[in-house]
Design a protein around this ligand. Structure first.
Ligand SMILES: Cc1cc2nc3c(=O)[nH]c(=O)nc-3n(C[C@H](O)[C@H](O)[C@H](O)COP(=O)(O)O)c2cc1C
Length: 330
């Protein structure tokens, strides 16, 4: 079965990609991911705060940081809690690139346009084939407008696009008042791909200790539905390639993501839970499904559930919503 797809300019043999995670932390794991047939691998993120605090330390300004930044620093994990420091990260790109033949996508994670973005160029120089910019931004300031939050993201992407020649994908959250408009404006600043969506980790609270309990839980297929909706809405409407991340656990999940317009299908939880060989299982499952349903290629089904031909997607969504509410019977 012809499962070929194109993502960020790469001709991939199939859409299954190992998403940003610890799976690229060791060469052993990276090789297992490649051997299991990943079409590409995304490295874990290097964070703005890691770079900024190191740059501050280098400037000897760490003793007298601005008040708000000093307070923010006290929340951050200490440098030794990060698996890879900024220099180590660049070294890891070089090592991973030497170890595998699949495209290696480095990940930068932050929210403000600033000096830390110089790392985009350093990542390119270290050999990264593409960049994923993760904008994990929980806007908490009541005085900041949505437009201003979005402008920061657009400024980050503009800065990075001007600095590098490799493709740049943007990993977004689903919680913008107009995801479609932001996607269009990211198109305008030449983002090469959109990765839908960041999972917002929702910490619980410990009522005895009065503490926040950050606990990492892996996803389940239910998380995919939000992504499917937005893939279907954006597919055919934006120039940027679309990747899904969040809730892909089975071959059918991957089929749905491609039907809704996904060019790449990223997986993390499934690979951490079941091991990288899950990539092979899902690829075989997709092939079997396509054969059974008499498709000749993945491309034939790509975007078949896109809403791009729907004259009024908003009315369509409202209609579905009303139907669902009316469908409940005791
Ligand atoms: C242990 C772990 C580490 C992760 N680290 C990163 C990271 O460094 N950068 C990032 O953009 N996403 C990171 N993610 C998020 C994943 O890339 C992915 O978007 C998310 O897990 C949803 O996909 P899934 O349902 O396939 O797990 C991480 C996820 C897990 C479980």
């Amino acid at each position: 079965m012809d499962l070929r797809t194109k993502y960020l300019g790469f001709d991939l043999p199939h859409p299954l990609v190992s998403g940003a995670s610890p799976l690229a932390d060791t060469l052993d794991s990276v090789k297992r991911v490649e051997d299991a047939g990943a079409a590409a691998i995304v490295m874990r993120s290097l964070f703005e705060e890691q770079i900024t605090s190191e740059q501050l330390a280098m400037n000897r300004a760490i003793d007298t940081p601005a008040e708000s930044f000093a307070e923010a620093l006290s929340y951050f994990p200490s440098p030794d809690q990060f698996v890879l420091g900024p220099d180590e990260y660049l070294e890891q790109i070089r090592r991973v690139k030497e170890a595998v033949r699949i495209p290696v996508i480095a990940s930068l994670n932050g929210v403000t346009p600033g000096g830390w973005l110089e790392y985009a160029k350093l990542m390119e120089d270290a050999g990264a084939d593409a960049l994923e910019l993760n904008v994990y931004d929980l806007a908490t300031d009541p005085d900041e407008t949505g437009a201003s939050v979005e402008q920061r993201t657009l400024d980050i992407v503009t800065t990075v696009k001007a600095a590098v020649r490799i493709p740049v994908a943007v990993k977004l959250s689903a919680y913008y008042s107009s995801v479609a408009n932001l996607a269009k404006r990211l198109d305008d600043v030449s983002a090469d791909g959109l990765v839908l969506f960041n999972r917002f980790y929702q910490p619980d609270i410990d009522v005895e200790a009065l503490e926040v309990v950050p606990r990492l839980t892996l996803s389940h297929s239910g998380a995919l539905l939000l992504r499917l909706r937005w893939l279907a809405i954006l597919s055919g409407r934006v120039r940027a390639d679309l990747a899904v991340t969040g809730g892909v656990h089975t071959a059918l999940d991957a089929v749905k993501a491609v039907m809704c317009g996904g060019h790449a299908v990223q997986m993390v939880s499934a690979l951490l839970e079941q091991g990288p060989q899950q990539l092979r299982t899902i690829r075989e499952g997709m092939t079997a499904w396509l054969e059974e349903h008499e498709y000749e290629s993945l491309r034939q089904m790509q975007g078949s559930m896109s809403l791009s031909k729907c004259p009024n997607p908003e009315a369509f969504e409202r209609a579905n919503y009303m139907q669902i509410l009316q469908s409940w019977r005791k």
